[in-house]
Design a binder for this molecule. Structure first.
Ligand SMILES: [Zn+2]
Length: 328
């Protein structure tokens, strides 16, 4: 783990120590333009917000309680400008508006900051922007965000200080999800692995509703099992069959995990690992697989959906409650 940052608003950012080091130094004497480069979801926007907060903060720490920090938190700070693309592009009109505002003095902070997505600028917009970067107006800072510098005009890249954002270790992301967002550790590990090292993506995945197949497998509460069965029986038949396919995939993952201990190639490794901890008995999981297949046959016989799901959901829940999962 990194050391505790002196800048408080940097605290929620993980795995970007080099970028934070450069940005912390930049607070003392900011340059007129920065280019944040890194994959989507790696933390560029979050970092931009945290840096602006520290820059505007009365204590230069992003304290969270001074007047500047509070105004920023309300989303109404007049010197912070975040330009979302109009459709796919940041338009030439938006760039002209940035340039017009940059010529005015900041309202309440020492500087005004404009955040924009560099990879949404077309050539005309870049050229307009370059003119203003050649003679940067005092008191204006541009924060350009891009997934890769390769797609940008070299003349734009060379006029900015580059800050690079990398992918983050899944273990670090999982801990962060649990600590800051209260995500259940199994879910956090699963989301972190599937995020490909992108904390923002991991948080989005962890916030999605859990797929019904995973809920069924992890549930050990009979009342919840009955509710789940009711809900599933109401779904279109094709969707019900899809849930059974998901269950089959997940059970295959558990089998592979128990046999080989290998994560690669598994759809949801953290869930497989977790289920393997609940029962290491291959006989038990083979029995669960048989019941999933039986449910598929019952569903094919029209009209038996509620009974079939109730039986399966309760079997799965009771399997954990009635007999110890470590016994097969
Ligand atoms: Zn503050």
């Amino acid at each position: 783990m990194s050391t505790v940052p002196a800048v408080r608003s940097f605290a929620p950012i993980i795995g970007q120590d080099r970028a934070l080091f450069l940005l912390e130094r930049a607070l003392l004497r900011p340059s007129h333009a920065y280019l944040f480069v890194g994959p989507a979801g790696s933390g560029k926007s979050t970092c931009a917000e945290a840096w602006i907060q520290a820059l505007f903060c009365e204590h230069k720490t992003g304290c969270g309680s001074c007047a500047e920090c509070r105004t920023l938190a309300s989303g109404n700070h007049p010197d912070r400008h975040v330009w979302e693309p109009d459709g796919k592009n940041t338009t030439i009109d938006q760039v002209r508006e940035i340039i017009r505002q940059a010529d005015l003095a900041p309202y309440r902070a020492a500087r005004q900051v404009h955040v924009l997505k560099a990879d949404t600028l077309n050539t005309a917009s870049v050229n307009a922007l370059l003119k203003s970067l050649e003679e940067p107006p005092a008191g204006t800072i541009l924060l350009l965000l891009a997934q890769s510098a390769l797609d940008l005009l070299p003349t734009l890249v060379s006029r900015c200080q580059r800050i690079t954002f990398g992918l983050v270790a899944p273990e670090l992301i999982a801990t962060w999800l649990t600590r800051t967002a209260g995500i259940d550790p199994v879910r956090a590990r699963d989301s972190a692995r599937r995020s490909g090292g992108r904390p923002g993506r991991a948080l989005a995945l962890a916030s999605e509703p859990e797929p019904p197949a995973t809920r069924l497998l992890e549930n050990d509460d009979l009342v919840q099992a009955l509710e789940e069965a009711e809900m599933l029986a109401e779904l279109p038949l094709l969707t019900q069959l899809q849930v059974l396919d998901d269950l089959t995939d997940q059970l295959r993952d558990v089998r592979i995990w128990l046999q080989t201990g290998r994560r690669d190639g598994l759809g949801r490794p953290a869930v497989a690992e977790h289920l393997g901890e609940r029962s290491a008995s291959r006989a038990y999981w083979a029995e669960v697989m048989r019941r999933v297949d039986a449910t598929r046959r019952h569903l094919a016989a029209a009209g038996a959906a509620r009974l079939a799901w109730t039986s399966l959901a309760c079997d799965l829940a009771a399997g954990r409650a009635v007999r110890p999962w470590s016994v097969g």
